[in-house]
Design a protein around this ligand. Structure first.
Ligand SMILES: [Zn+2]
Length: 470
């Protein structure tokens, strides 16, 4: 095993910063952005073809909320859930191991938009907005002349969090509880296509498409729900209730109940894939794929019984951290990157691909990995501070999790125990000590934040983040 020490270079760059350091780092970020200065030259040059148009490739960022990679064919799933995404992956770079920095929507997406860890960008609890001096990906692109539009499911990616900054238009494509969830992707794609048709050819654009279509409660969409129903699934009646978060409620579900929900989830993946397939065909038909970088990903995964429940609340195990990531673009040779990367790496990657200097982030451009160059791996840190304080590091095939008020960390060998079910911390004190040396302490108390004045309580409640379900 490679020796992990808190002073090693890779650790210094990858590790979290404590709160005081985060504040100072934020100041640096803010000064950078306000002054508009250029960062130090990147260590890797943009891919050559992506520079042919002076870096003005379009960028389309698609986030299918709550999508587990192992439910996609291109990640090895046996069910035929994702022919469209699989085709997209064949023509681009698929990242085999992507670890989200957080297991729920708002912090994970803000990490995607800023390249910072949740405890650094500060969006760690529902309704808390981004500090206004931290630059976001759409802001950087807009400053460089991009037209910027977003079509999202709202809720925990609502504009007031700071997600709306830098966008000419930030559209919530759902309406009310059911519309918020079930109609997001279909409406978002229609609106995105209409907007793309309005752009002038010389206008580079950035479009963010997001939908909660896979987020619980799992809709029984037909014909997919019937198609993916397993013989051993045990349906039950109240899975579409508002209080769908079984983990929060401590609901006991039989294996057949969980199979029933998992089948509905697969059906949702297949429906989303069909919607996306139409979008990809539209882009190809219009010739947009030849001048557009398409980034396809999710913000976090979902548990289906791996640790006794269903959902992603208050957990930081692999099934809730692993997400898909596919990047397709002009001049990008198809391939697979097996080294672990995170959502914080997307912003510097996109900016390098379009030839725009990136502000300081905690991410690394993935362009060298996409070129097939050898890059030293780095530890993948994740955290959640919503309801429970958990810190995780995945490094060299292992995951260690620390919990506030619990001095004993848990250690899992993901190579032989991919679902992280067998705690082996007691048997490997040396590895525990190494991991402890690079992991931040989870806070003992919940930070006190004020909700932003225009927080949409109904939208957060519809997604299960506010109210009795907390
Ligand atoms: Zn989410």
């Amino acid at each position: 095993m490679r020796v992990v020490s808190p002073t090693s270079n890779s650790i210094r760059h990858g590790a979290h910063v404590a709160s005081a350091q985060a504040f100072l780092f934020g100041l640096v970020v803010g000064i950078f952005f306000v002054a508009g200065c250029k960062p130090a030259e990147s260590s890797a040059k943009p891919v050559s073809v992506a520079m042919q148009r002076d870096g003005k490739w379009n960028v389309i960022l698609i986030s299918v909320d709550t999508l587990r990679p192992d439910r996609l064919g291109c990640y090895g799933y046996k069910r035929n859930t994702s022919p469209s995404v699989d085709r997209l992956a064949e023509r681009g770079v698929r990242f085999e191991s992507v670890i989200s920095e957080c297991s729920w929507t708002a912090p994970a997406h803000m990490t995607l938009f800023t390249g910072l860890y949740p405890t650094t960008h500060g969006v760690t609890t529902p309704g808390v907005c981004l500090w206004n001096r931290i630059p976001t990906l759409p802001e950087v692109l807009k400053r460089d002349g991009y037209r910027t539009f977003a079509y999202t499911g709202g809720g925990n990616v609502a504009a007031y969090y700071g997600f709306g900054r830098g966008f000419e238009r930030y559209v919530v494509s759902g309406e009310g509880k059911n519309g918020l969830k079930s109609c997001a992707l279909d409406k978002a794609i229609v609106l995105a296509q209409e907007q793309i048709e309005r752009f002038q050819p010389e206008e580079p654009y950035f479009i963010f498409v997001h939908g909660y279509d896979l987020h619980a409660p799992y809709e029984p969409w037909e014909p997919w729900a019937s198609r993916f129903r397993s013989p051993d699934a045990e349906p039950f009646d109240d899975y579409l209730r508002d209080d769908f978060d079984f983990k929060k409620q401590g609901r006991r579900l039989s294996p057949g109940n969980i199979k029933f929900l998992s089948d509905l989830y697969d059906a949702g993946v297949a429906r989303a894939d069909q919607l996306l397939g139409g979008f990809f065909e539209f882009l190809e038909r219009c010739g947009e794929l030849e001048r557009t970088i398409v980034v396809f990903l999710s913000d976090h995964g979902e548990e289906f019984g791996e640790h006794g429940s269903v959902g992603h609340y208050g957990t930081i195990y692999p099934e809730c951290l692993r997400v898909p990531l596919v990047i397709v673009g002009p001049g990008l040779a198809p391939g697979v990157v097996r080294q672990s990367v995170g959502l914080k790496d997307v912003m510097p990657t996109v900016l390098q691909l379009v030839g725009i200097p990136a502000p300081p982030t905690r991410g690394r451009s993935l362009v060298p990995l996409m070129r097939g160059e050898r890059v030293d791996p780095w530890p993948m840190f994740s955290e959640t501070d919503y309801g429970v304080h958990l810190r995780s590091v995945i490094w060299e095939g292992h995951q260690m999790i620390r919990k506030a008020y619990d001095p004993v960390p848990r250690l899992f060998d993901l190579r032989t125990d991919p679902n992280a079910n067998r705690d082996m911390a007691k048997d490997h004190p040396q590895r525990v000590a190494e991991f402890m040396a690079i992991m931040p302490d989870p806070p003992a108390d919940v930070a006190v934040h004020d909700l932003t004045p225009d927080v949409d309580i109904d939208a957060l409640r519809a997604l299960g983040y506010i109210g009795s379900r907390n």
